[in-house]
Design a protein around this ligand. Sequence first.
Ligand code: MSP
Length: 506
Amino acid sequence: MKPTFYVTTPIYYVNDVPHIGHAYTTVAADVLARYKRLMGFDVYFLTGSDEHGQKVEKAAITAGETPLELADRVVKRYQALWERLGISHNDFIRTTQERHKKGVSEIFSNILEKGDIYLGEYEDWYCTPCETFWPETQLIENRCPDCNRPVEKLKEESYFFRMSKYQQALLDHIETHPDFIQPKSKRNEIISFVKEGLRDLSVSRTTFSWGIPVPGNDKHIIYVWFDALTNYMSALGYPDATPEYQRFWPANVHLIGKDILRFHTVYWPTFLMAAGLPLPEKVFAHGWWTVEGQKMSKSLQNVVEPNMLIDKYGVDAVRYFLMREVPFGLDGDFSHTALVQRINSDLANDIGNLLSRSTAMAVKYFDGVLPSPAELTETDSALKNKTIEMVETVNKLMDELAFSKVLQTIWEVISAGNKYIDESAPWTLAKEPANRERLATVMYCLLESQRITHCVLSAFLPTTAGKALDSLGWIKEITRENLQWGGLSTGTTVTKSEALFPRIEG
Ligand code: MSP
């Protein structure tokens, strides 16, 4: 049986339309899912939408719709974008689906019965956009410490989750599972936060009605984060012992943005502990994108719309830029200039040129029939070894989710390929019939190195890699086994590749 791999994205709020921040997590998850599939894993890749809560209720009122009408309309925009971006998710969960409501009610009842959810009274400052209560001491100039918007005083009867009880257990877990929270800097932040003391958490609301009712007391709506986090399990069929649930829970990695780290590494694991359920293996928080140096926001009208980028630059250029420009885990800045520069240098120049030069030569010198190599010289072996080492290094770096470094490593092989052409000078070899065998070896090494490169790259740039592999005459499935040197068979038909990425002028 294949090993399993379960990766998730956050589920996106439907009161907002998708922007590059949302596309970022989803593309990263897609790259990981595609890579793991080609490495032989049985992958479950989940994304979805977060449709309950006061924020969505308010947005619906403003739009003159019911919350469900709003959700139905906005969720299509996410789904259409994922389709355009080539996202290969196995499932899309909406929190308004019955399967999800059933999972949330079950986990809530389970903890309630065990006594770790109890009824009490709540009075504190509430930030509606963040759906978070804040004690007065944490407010910054009477505003929300996370988003700097005004907060309001709310008093309500509320169910509480006995989070305080799990403080030590959580610290122990973080201690004994060094990879649970990544990157390291975030792990340290969470450790300090937990050490300051965990308060019991209000997990129900009575001030609005758009959500899942507390089982047995429908005056109360389950707190939207309790509801949302459970999607990672309800999608698999929890509480039923479905084959998916049994095979894929606990998740291997939850990919999230740094703003929602606390929910995923303090709330979620303690809920799971209370319910007696296994914890996810890893939570990785990536950084935030600014735009031309500024925070992205509707009021600044600088929200970068992924559809517009795809129209202008193409899907794979956008995917490449997002994964290459910023080390995963750090903040980054989006600018059109930076994107165009990456397209022109890394994509059009390096990878595109290499493929079109090499396939053109294969057509010119061998009528597009791949010749067999003779014995490799030192230069050939150097390219071969670099390619083989790249596969190994990439595998290690993918486990660290170091996407940008992975691409750098791949690009070293691409540069080596371009240098190899210049050093081997096939055009000179072609002039002498006596050099035919040498020329054949050079062509083989050049094309085989690129075949392996594009097999690996297919996780990042599925469309481009598909085109490249077509022109190299590679029609087999990409598997871990055929990432070895020597996969291209003599006699394969090579066709001249059109420019993979046109240069962007101006
Ligand atoms: N609904 C919650 C998640 C629940 S998961 C159980 C939520 N939704 S969100 O739509 O507001 O945000 C989803 C993700 O988008 C978060 O991981 C957030 O970090 C990410 N981003 C939103 N803006 C971003 C940037 N400007 N840059 C990078 N990622 C950003 O939170």
